[in-house]
Design a protein around this ligand. Sequence first.
Ligand SMILES: [Zn+2]
Length: 321
Amino acid sequence: MKFCTAIVFLLAYTAPTATAFAPSKRVVGASTSTSHTSLKIVVGDTTEEFEARVEATFERATPVDPTFEDIVKGYFGGAIANQDLVATTARILKAKGYHGDNTLLATSLCCDELARKLEDDFHVLYGNNFNLGGLAGFPFAGKTGFGAMAAHIPDDGYCLVVYGPHVGVASDGTVGKVERSGINLVDTCCGSAVAAAGYVESILSGSQAIHTGLQDFLDFQQQGVQQLILPHAKRLADAEHKMVELPYALYESQDLLLTEIVQDGSTKIKRGLTMLGGIQINTGPDTPDYFVPLKFQRVNYRGEVVDDLLNDLKAKTGNLE
Ligand SMILES: [Zn+2]
């Protein structure tokens, strides 16, 4: 995303949304704007314009249900509603020089359409994202994908990478399931992760032999997910609540991979990159999604962490213990 002018016409949505922000049509760039929507904001990089954009992003956000939020936080301490996460992240990064017109958004999140909600919320501030992710949120685009992404960072600009696994929490508080619009079945979420957990359980019990299957191009991402969480087999077997432990185990594997990918490609990241990693929590249509931030760090072109912002994010969202 690279804007030609300082003025950007941001066109938003008309349909009711299940997420904080789900644009039915959005055009970035004054030369291409064609409005068919009710909301039209002129935004730029002054503090006032940026704040207006942040506020407008969540004008129609799904309101928090305090009872349900307590259930979510009971399982996932430090969970932040998307609205609060995105607005606070953007404000912290703006103070570090990250603006809408000098920052490329990249994500590594699951293929599941529910994982797009978080991207949609960030899109409004940073434009479309470069996708590094695949099944369960693993950064399957790898070093080559990262290199391609880094080449798209605006000159003299920055990159924000949002990454992590996701997990559903159904309205009755069941973890690992979620209601989906138009589907009666309360479905598994994340399906890829739960299937992979079944595989590692069978390896641990000895009922199945390890098979990498990575040459099977009909399903190689899932084979990769299985192998990448295999080191967590005993941890998952011993967990009091496997569906809660599973996303944390996935996160650790994904964070290891992505950190190495970033280190390897750091010389290409221009002025710097920020990693926002954690667990995305998808909920039903009547409640907002949440995110548990586990890493929020700025990295320089040498791959060195220059700023740890996690406690700042927690403090500003009321989650610092
Ligand atoms: Zn998934």
